[in-house]
Ligand binder design. Structure first.
Ligand code: UGA
Length: 443
């Protein structure tokens, strides 16, 4: 078993730390947010992620997982160090890598004072791994920075091991990935990865660091492309009277296309796709290979937010002073994450048009309060629907399917539903007297 360090206790870092601890390694997880670390020490989770709390509690109880706000402490205790800090987008659309740089500096400086040992085995060795989504060539920078600042007595390798975890199913995804991608420069690093990922059944793609970095860009952008593709198809479906759900089903059975990520709706959101697509476009631009296909992916995604507002207008005429109830605020179900959530954007568009908003989300209301002002947050969906002219379903939480829509019909002032995720049963709702509009299936 190895001593592993994970810098960053966000969605990627904390899940990675807890899962490696579950595999039996001793893991230190660091974050510069001291408040977050204090709460984690008290076993309070900083965000909701299915299965994570039990994993963290179990690992802490067995003393396999500890938290610190000191990267230096982590660097001294860990042989393999994953960097999983945030890479927010700058105004120019580039990822801000200053946190990655800062962490690299702190790791390097943790070894200040170490003298070069004559016997090489005695030299401390560190494998420093990029885990955050970073642009291609970041590995070079991490290496140069470490080489420059770490004392010569420290031996090290750099590697890239991009993560493909999805929020909401991140713990499951860690233990059951489609593949593991590892970019290394030598056999020593490769062997360590083979050892720590041994219990996981998945193909491992070993490659150079740049290719590993690029696999992450290319994968997220391709998934975003699939979503924008089906959303573009949904617009055509609406014009010609076809059903996008059937079109997607018919396409998806072709194994070359696959069923996944062909759900039409209000467009992709979250902390990854919008940022990653933008970063890839900017990077391609900067290296002189403009990626116009991705620019279109982004444009379609932006426009998709407006579809729900247009549909609401078609049903209600003016939105000013109309009461709209919004079901779902998180960027997707099973998470309380509202970063780049299309639902929040759409709620704000309604507000701009003068509508009165009542909303309900099973997990994301506390977070949403910071981004939505002048909105009524309701304790349950029925309270949210009461007196409204239109219901907009914007996040497909399972519990929305089980609602008593006959009751909702009676509570509402007028029976209009815009289903931004094609989640509800149009026929059943129409039978109850609702006027139903989905995305690309209003036939
Ligand atoms: C995404 C990737 O799926 C992960 O593999 C990757 O590790 C992660 O980004 C990352 O880079 O960190 P995530 O952002 O958690 O994961 O969420 P997804 O499940 O991929 O959904 C992203 C967005 O696309 C959501 O807003 C979702 O509603 C939307 N979506 C997804 C659609 O509109 N249609 C679909 O068919 C699928």
């Amino acid at each position: 078993m190895r001593r592993i360090g994970v810098v960053g206790a966000g969605h990627v870092g904390l899940v990675t730390a807890a899962c490696f601890a579950r595999l039996g390694h001793t893991v230190v997880c660091a974050d510069n947010d001291t408040d977050k670390i204090c709460r984690l020490k008290k076993l309070e989770m900083p965000f909701f992620e299915s299965g994570l709390e039990d994993l963290v509690k179990g690992a802490v109880r067995k003393s396999r997982l500890l938290f610190t706000s000191s990267v230096a402490e982590l660097a001294k205790k860990s042989e393999i160090i994953f960097i999983a800090v945030g890479t927010p987008t700058t105004l120019e659309g580039r990822p801000d890598l200053s946190f990655v740089e800062q962490v690299t500096i702190e790791i390097a400086k943790a070894f200040t004072g170490i003298k070069k040992e004559p016997v090489s085995e005695k030299r401390p060795y560190r494998l420093i791994v990029e885990k955050s989504t970073v642009p291609v060539l970041t590995g070079e920078w991490v290496k140069r920075t470490f080489e420059l600042l770490a004392p010569t007595g420290v031996d090290f390798d750099i590697a890239a091991n991009p993560e493909f975890l999805r929020e909401g199913s991140a713990v499951h995804d860690f233990f059951h990935p489609d593949r593991i991608v590892i970019g290394t420069e030598n056999v020593r690093a490769k062997k360590l990865f083979e050892e720590i990922y041994k219990p996981i059944q998945a193909p491992i793609v070993f490659c150079d660091i740049r290719s590993a970095e690029l696999i992450k860009h290319a994968s997220n952008s391709f998934l975003a492309l699939k979503i924008s593709y089906i959303n573009a198809i949904s617009r055509i479906c609406e014009k010609v009277g076809a059903d996008v759900e059937k079109v997607a089903e018919g396409m998806g059975y072709d194994t070359r296309i696959g069923k996944a990520f062909l759900r039409a709706g209000i467009g992709y959101g979250g902390s990854c796709f919008p940022k990653d697509v933008r970063a890839f476009i900017t990077l391609a631009q900067e290296i002189g290979v403009p990626f116009r296909l991705l620019e279109e992916v982004e444009a379609i995604n932006r426009e998709q937010r407006l579809v729900v507002v247009r549909k609401a207008r078609e049903l209600l005429w003016n939105l000013k002073d109309k009461k709209i109830c919004v079901f779902g605020l998180s960027f997707k179900p099973d998470t309380d994450d509202i970063r780049e959530s299309p639902a929040i954007e759409i709620a704000n568009l309604f507000l701009k048009e003068g509508a009165k908003i009542k909303c309900y989300d099973p997990k994301a209301m506390d977070a949403a309060k910071k981004l939505l002002t002048g909105v009524r947050f309701c304790r349950n969906p029925y309270e949210a629907a009461r007196g409204c002219h239109l219901l907009a379903l914007l996040t497909e939480w399972k519990e929305f399917k089980a609602l008593d829509f006959a009751r909702i019909r009676k509570l509402m002032q007028s029976p209009h539903i815009v289903d931004g995720r094609n989640f509800l049963d149009p026929e059943a709702l129409r039978k109850l007297g609702f006027v139903y509009r989905g995305i690309g299936r209003d036939i």
